[in-house]
Design a protein around this ligand. Structure first.
Ligand code: HEM
Length: 379
């Protein structure tokens, strides 16, 4: 058994780069091998899977788990962005095995392709309304300033049953999650709990209330955390994806069918570029490497999806295995619908700057990147 090659590039650094400029660390990670060792944001080693086949093995490996109770004891949860342990807070994103299966069984029918398809018109109406409001604000507008965040949050609030006059609070709470100050993150979490309570209030009939009815054993506080996960995941991913997608539609690729453009944009600019943290629950041998218990593992979704040597097949944009994205149908529907509404209602809409002048910022850590601005004339 040999150790995994160690890379010297920092895959977790924050950068600003051109819209189509490749991420500076990805090629180096891939060149180093299918499983490479890097320095984690909070110090100590992290093992990164850069190969598609190996990634799919990791994503179903019974001893590679999500529970942050297995994170290295030396880690600062705030620096790494760690969730509470599965014991402290029941969640899809930190549990495995029967607890996780139970949660998935409760969520899956609510977010199925069929169920989401039933919201197509409603999502179209939200897109139409928000774009219309943008045109009232002036000739050139920056879609990243408000629209790309507001749209997915309005949709997810509407679906869950959060009153829509509280979308501003949801936007503020999402912004608070990026703050470095622990108090701000605490305030954001409290705001998410309030929004969740509102969705579960007397007379509300959204998916939040349905989820609660499907999980009678789950406490009110646990339910708030489950709803937080849905609201935050919906913004964190669909917001940046929308920016990259609209830049292509309003820039160099107006004629490409919406479905094709959505798929290719998500592959090129994967919004969950490193997956979420996983840890070995015991000593294991993986890809010929001995990994001690509590070894952190990430999947380089972005690097694998953009590997020039990769054969065509399903990509890893939404993950794979038991933790495959709950919101995959919803996200793709939202993205497709916005493109269709934009093309139908604003046939003369164009970028207000050359496509090549657009810039993206990598937030660093395991977060993805987002356009710094998307100035457009809706026409
Ligand atoms: C383009 C948009 C999106 C992308 C690229 C994306 C990507 C992902 C990925 C890669 C995972 C798996 C993470 C891992 O295994 O470590 C995941 C999980 C998840 N996503 Fe998404 N997501 C998107 C939109 C959404 C939306 C709209 C929602 C909310 C409805 C959502 C809710 C979730 C949840 C709850 C999980 C955890 C599932 C589990 O652990 O069982 N996502 N997502």
């Amino acid at each position: 058994m040999s150790p995994a090659p160690q890379v010297t590039v920092d895959p977790f650094a924050a950068h600003t780069r051109g819209v189509d400029e490749p991420h500076p660390a990805r090629a180096g990670l891939r060149a180093a091998g299918p499983l490479v060792r890097a320095e984690a944001p909070s110090g100590g080693p992290v093992w990164i899977v850069t190969d598609d086949t190996l990634a799919r093995q990791a994503l179903v490996h019974p001893q590679i788990v999500k529970d942050t109770a297995y994170a290295p004891t030396s880690w600062d949860p705030r620096i790494v962005g760690l969730e509470p342990t599965a014991d402290a807070q029941l969640s899809l994103t930190t549990s495995d095995g029967p607890d996780h299966t139970r949660l998935r069984q409760a969520h899956s029918p609510l977010f199925s392709s069929r169920r989401m398809g039933g919201y197509t018109e409603r999502i179209g109406a939200i897109a139409r309304d928000l774009l219309h409001r943008c045109t009232a604000t002036g000739e050139t507008i920056d879609l990243m300033a408000d629209f790309t965040t507001r749209f997915p949050l309005t949709v997810v609030c509407d679906l869950l049953g959060v009153p829509l006059d509280r979308v501003d609070e949801a936007m503020e709470a999402c912004r608070g999650m990026y703050a470095n100050e622990p108090e701000q993150v605490g305030q954001a979490m409290a705001a998410f709990a309030d929004l969740s309570a509102a969705a579960l209030g007397e007379g509300r009939h959204g998916l939040a209330a349905e989820l609660r009815d499907r999980l009678p054993e789950v406490t009110e506080e646990q339910m708030h955390y489950l709803l937080f996960t849905l609201i935050y995941a919906a913004q964190l991913t669909t917001d940046p994806a929308l920016g990259f997608l609209l830049a292509r539609v309003l820039g160099p690729e107006p004629g490409v069918p919406a479905d094709e453009l959505v798929r290719d944009t998500l592959r090129r600019h994967s919004p969950a570029p490193f997956s979420l943290w996983r840890f070995t629950s015991t000593d294991i041998e993986f890809a010929g490497v001995r990994l001690p218990a509590r070894s952190p593992i990430l999947i380089d979704i972005q690097g694998i999806n953009t590997d020039p040597g990769r054969s065509i097949g399903p990509d890893l944009v939404f993950g794979a295995g038991p933790h495959y994205c709950t919101g995959a149908h919803l996200a793709q529907l939202e993205l497709r619908v916005v493109v269709e509404v934009l093309k139908a209602d604003y046939p003369h809409a164009r970028l207000a700057v050359p496509y090549s002048a657009l810039r993206q910022t990598d937030y660093g850590g395991i977060l993805g990147s987002r356009l710094t601005a998307l100035p457009v004339n809706l026409g």
